[in-house]
Design a protein around this ligand. Structure first.
Ligand code: ADP
Ligand code: MG
Length: 238
């Protein structure tokens, strides 16, 4: 049984089909990259899995460890072991960084979590999570919280524009760390080198997963041919 199973997910916003029969499985412990051009619905899918406010599939099943979670709230999904970082606004405003990093069931020391995202613990542990941190620092601290939490499933949605917060090597190190700690990762990135470092990858196009396989292979195909089976528009037939 897969850790996360999405079956035939349909999702429409303002009369527009974003997801149209999307099926995907993420296996426990794997890093699974999700590839797709801008606007294909990757972040939308991440929000549907996490159960962010306002996001609920029109039809289809979201199962986590076999349990149907379509109707669970975001905090209930978090309690089951799903966490999301990067495109979600930082929560827990007003806590000290050290308290933010030790909120959950902590397997990891907050110091090492901060080092893994390139922040010096002696400079950050006693800072407040508030506007005094830059956007980049907040995002790094959010990523550190995922490392500290060791969720069963981490959804990492890398911002697709602007400056890359972490180097490719840094992110690959973070992924290795999560993998070694037993977390599965659904990885959304615009960087081919990072996607290729995943275990498996799936390509989303036209509201569906059009292929799944070895990460290096799927990434190379995506890079060379973009979509292998359609023009990127959600197909209304079938
Ligand atoms: P990706 O992350 O793959 O770049 P998104 O999931 O952000 O894509 O968006 C998928 C599509 O859904 C885009 O065309 C976007 O414009 C549209 N979309 C996302 N959210 C909304 C919304 N609240 N209202 C209308 N359209 C939306
Ligand atoms: Mg996105």
């Amino acid at each position: 049984m897969a850790l996360l199973e999405l079956r035939d997910i349909q999702y429409t916003v303002s009369g527009r089909n974003i997801l149209a029969g999307l099926t995907l499985a993420v296996v426990a412990g794997e890093v699974h990259a999700l590839l797709g051009t801008n606007g294909t619905g990757k972040s939308t899918l991440a929000s549907l899995i996490m159960g962010c406010q306002g996001y609920s599939p029109d039809s289809g099943e979201i199962r986590f460890t076999g349990t149907l979670i379509n109707d669970l709230k975001i905090h209930e999904r978090a309690q089951l072991g799903i966490s999301m970082a990067w495109q979600e606004p930082a929560r827990f405003e007003g806590l000290r960084v050290r308290d933010y990093l030790t909120l959950g069931m902590v397997a990891e020391r907050p110091e090492s979590a901060l080092r893994l995202v390139g922040l010096d613990p002696s400079r950050y542990l006693d800072r407040m999570v508030d506007r005094s941190l830059s956007g980049g620092e907040r995002k790094r601290i959010e990523l550190a919280s995922i490392l500290a939490l060791r969720p069963k499933l981490a959804i990492l949605d890398e911002p697709d524009s602007g400056i890359d917060l972490l180097s490719t090597d840094d992110i690959i190190r973070v992924l290795d760390h999560l993998r070694n700690g037993g977390s599965a990762v659904l990885l959304i990135t615009h960087r081919d080198e990072i996607a290729a470092a995943a275990d498996r990858a799936s390509q989303i196009c036209g509201g569906r997963i059009v292929c799944t396989g070895n990460a290096g292979q799927v990434t190379a195909d995506f890079k060379s041919k973009k979509c292998i089976s359609c023009d990127g528009e959600v197909c209304s037939d079938e």
